[in-house]
Ligand binder design. Structure first.
Ligand code: 3HC
Ligand code: NAI
Length: 656
């Protein structure tokens, strides 16, 4: 079926793209658009054209699946040029998201009208690319070049209202985009088509120092990614060259980047994230309802989970041990929501509506109506078993019960309930309302529709769900523990925490392991190590440095000290000679002669450990695929997306 259709009525040609799910600009769409230009220009009855999309969104970009195949024309730059030079003026009517190649098509059109909820952007840098169909050239001629460079380099879409302010969109539609676009078109009938954007002069020219400032800021944020910096260079070039030469230069950059290892890695992660979130075992299985959600425990995780659920528009009832703790948990949840308001993620009306959905109690019976209850109490099996016994008594028999445990046996917790088939693990990451990853832990007893409900929740919360089997730490914490042990061993051999953290940030992690531990708190992992102490053989290799810090109450930032010190003048952490002393003492106690360890050795050993543990996890069936492990490492622990993940990197590991 042709995904592009054309209807001409009362002088207006309506071109509709219908290519589910996201109207990607596939070869058939491109060919359909070129054909539509030809037919409209050849038809005297058509005096203006409206380009609109069926389904949930405007064109969300080039079809990424075609990037690894030989190109088949017409290519997108040619399609956009054909629209731009059509004799009939075109109006793009935008709803949902106009992204990448989709926005480039809209820039080829002569006017743009958008649904007020639409978002527009160039996410190419998230795939290791820059726009390749004139986006840098046309945007720099429509809005201020500095804004164009920042928008393309950030990869973040902007709201339609902001797009109007910048001059990217001509007007906002009311409730009905189609009607508004047709009204706009009726006004434009008989008007001359404006000159092609790519042939115009840029709106303004920045001087060399202004460009350098944008480039430097971009480079700092990019942390090793090349595409954002290339994007700034491309926009600058687009303002310095004539349109045709700028278009050719942009395309050359795009094709070069498309073949780069960074782009291949990021495209792999893009598809891996979507693939792992749809495990075959729940295909076609309907989820249970997800109306009212309960959260037991209002600490760090309980408050974050409550905020995440509330932000998805669902009411939450929080349970705490006493009224004081409940007030604290509710206040922490409200603070998260307030921060979301400040960051512009919700508006004032939305904030008030969401707040009205938050309630709390110290009585578990308040959970009687809940469809799903997520437990986030202390990491202590007995405490959790008692909570699940209580949930068994008070909740509806069809309600799904989930534990947010980091390490404990979800199968054992499920057996505390008369019907264990309704129990799963939902392992959120901290802060739970911000982190994208959700491990869905499947005890053998879990019913398929209970698992499907976990994945449905992830979709509602806009999180990336990865199924994981039951073991100590599931996928994420099990791999993290393995490389933590490797790092601790390197401390004994001669490295210091700062050496390891610096090597990790140079590799592309946002933070190093020890800085992260200080942020998250050292106590939960310490409790886990103490629990495992009995089963650990006396001769098993064990590094006690972290235990010694915990024995001193150095639980991280919240305690003012952990692997680093946190005086008021150094909130990000200062090196502490006391820690260095403890490390040296531990090396000496084991008779280890300390030696310098290079950053390259540190990263080789860390990634190697991740791969080794990953292979064990795969062999045991804890993770279903190497992709699942990479998605966990990228979204849970900040493994640089542009490297694809430890499993994708393969062996030997290229560190450049
Ligand atoms: N090409 C091919 N497939 C795409 C696609 C694209 N550009 N964008 C999304 N899809 C597919 C997904 O793989 C998924 O397929 P599946 O159902 O088989 O897993 C399906 O569409 C639905 O996608 P999501 O699950 O992501 O749906 P959401 O509603 O959550 O999100 C979205 C929609 C915001 C459009 C999101 O899919 C997205 O961000 N897509 C990528 C957009 C993008 O990067 N565009 C730029 C592409 S590069 C480009 O245009 C180059 C140009 O300059 C030349
Ligand atoms: P926390 O100590 O901050 O909060 C736990 C809360 O549970 C406390 O407020 C406590 O009063 C409450 N509580 C204890 N028993 C209760 C009961 N019977 N009924 C109601 N409330 C009760 O702990 P945190 O960090 O929020 O961890 C909670 C769970 O989440 C643990 O299982 C932990 O392993 C897990 N987790 C923690 C992560 C983290 O980064 N902190 C990340 C992912 C999971």
């Amino acid at each position: 079926m042709n995904p592009v259709s054309l209807a001409i009525e009362r002088g207006i040609a309506v071109v509709t793209i219908d290519n589910p799910p996201v109207n990607a600009a596939s070869q058939a769409v491109r060919a359909g658009l070129v054909d539509a230009v030809r037919r409209i220009d050849g038809d005297d009855a058509a005096r203006v054209a409206v380009l609109i999309c069926a389904g949930r969104t405007f064109v969300a970009g080039a079809d990424i699946r075609e990037f690894d195949q030989p190109p088949v024309g017409p290519l997108l730059p040619e399609v956009v040029a054909r629209i731009e030079t059509a004799t009939t003026p075109w109006i793009a009517a935008i709803h949902g998201t106009a992204l990448g190649g989709g926005l480039e098509i809209a820039l080829g059109c002569h006017y743009r009208i958008a649904d007020p909820k639409a978002r527009l952007g160039f996410p190419e840098v998230n795939l290791g690319l820059i726009p390749g169909a004139g986006g840098t050239v046309r945007l720099a001629r429509l809005i201020q070049p500095g804004d164009a460079a920042r928008m393309i380099a950030s990869g973040k879409p902007i709201a339609a209202t902001r797009a109007v302010e910048l001059g990217l969109v001509d007007r906002l539609a009311g409730d009905d985009l189609r009607d508004a676009a047709l009204g706009f078109a009726a006004e434009m009938q008989g008007a001359n088509r404006p000159s092609p954007l790519s042939g115009r002069a840029p709106l303004a020219c920045l001087d060399a120092s202004q460009w350098q400032a944008i480039r430097t800021a971009t480079e700092e944020r990019a942390r090793g990614r090349i595409a954002p910096v290339e994007a700034v260079d491309a926009v600058r070039e687009a303002t310095e060259l004539a349109g045709d030469a700028a278009l050719a230069g942009e395309r050359e950059r795009f094709v070069r980047l498309r073949q780069s290892p960074q782009s291949k890695a990021m495209r792999y992660v893009f598809f891996a994230e979507r693939m792992v979130s749809k495990p075959p075992e729940i295909a076609g299985i309907a989820a249970r309802p997800l109306g009212h959600i309960g959260v037991v425990g209002g600490g760090t995780m309980g408050a974050g989970i409550s905020a995440a659920v509330l932000l998805s528009g669902r009411p939450v009832t929080m349970i705490e041990r006493d009224r004081g703790l409940l007030a604290k948990g509710l206040a922490a949840t409200r603070a998260h929501l307030g921060a979301s308001l400040q960051r512009g993620l919700i508006d004032t009306a939305g904030h008030e509506r969401i707040l009205a959905g938050l309630s709390g109690s110290t009585d578990h019976r308040a959970l009687a109506d809940c469809d799903l209850v997520i437990e986030a109490v202390f990491e202590d099996l007995d405490v959790k078993l008692a909570v699940f016994g209580e949930l068994d008594r008070v909740t509806k028999s069809q309600a799904v019960l989930a534990t947010n445990t980091s390490y404990l046996d979800v199968g054992r917790i499920a057996r505390a309930v008369r019907d264990p088939s309704r129990v799963i693990g939902l392992h959120f990451f901290s802060p739970a309302h911000i982190m994208k990853l959700l491990e869905i832990v499947r005890p053998e007893t879990a019913a398929p529709d209970v698992l499907a409900t976990g994945f449905a929740l992830a979709r509602h919360l806009r999180k990336i769900a990865v199924p994981a089997g039951v073991c100590d730490g599931f996928i994420a914490n099990r791999i993290m523990n393995a490389y933590r042990r490797t790092c601790d061993t390197m401390l004994e051999e001669g490295a210091l925490p700062r050496d390891i953290d610096d090597a990790m940030t140079r590799f592309g992690f946002a933070m190093g392991l020890y800085a992260v531990q200080d942020l998250a708190g050292l106590d939960i992992a310490w409790a886990m190590r103490k629990r495992q102490a009995e089963s650990r053989g006396p001769d098993a290799p064990y590094v006690a440095i972290a235990d010694r810090l915990c024995e001193l109450g150095r639980f991280g930032r919240k305690a003012g000290a952990g692997w680093y010190l946190y005086p008021p003048d150094s909130p990000k952490g200062a090196v502490d000679p006391v820690v260095e002393q403890i490390i040296r003492e531990e090396s000496a106690r084991k008779g280890i002669e300390r030696r310098p360890i290079t950053g390259d050795e540190i990263m080789q050993r860390i990634v190697q450990t991740m791969q080794d543990e990953g292979r064990r996890i795969l062999a045991e069936g804890i993770a279903a695929s190497a992709e699942a492990i990479d998605v966990v490492m990228v979204n849970g622990f900040g493994f640089p997306r542009w490297r694809g993940g430890p499993m994708f990197m393969g062996d030997p590991i290229a560190l450049c």
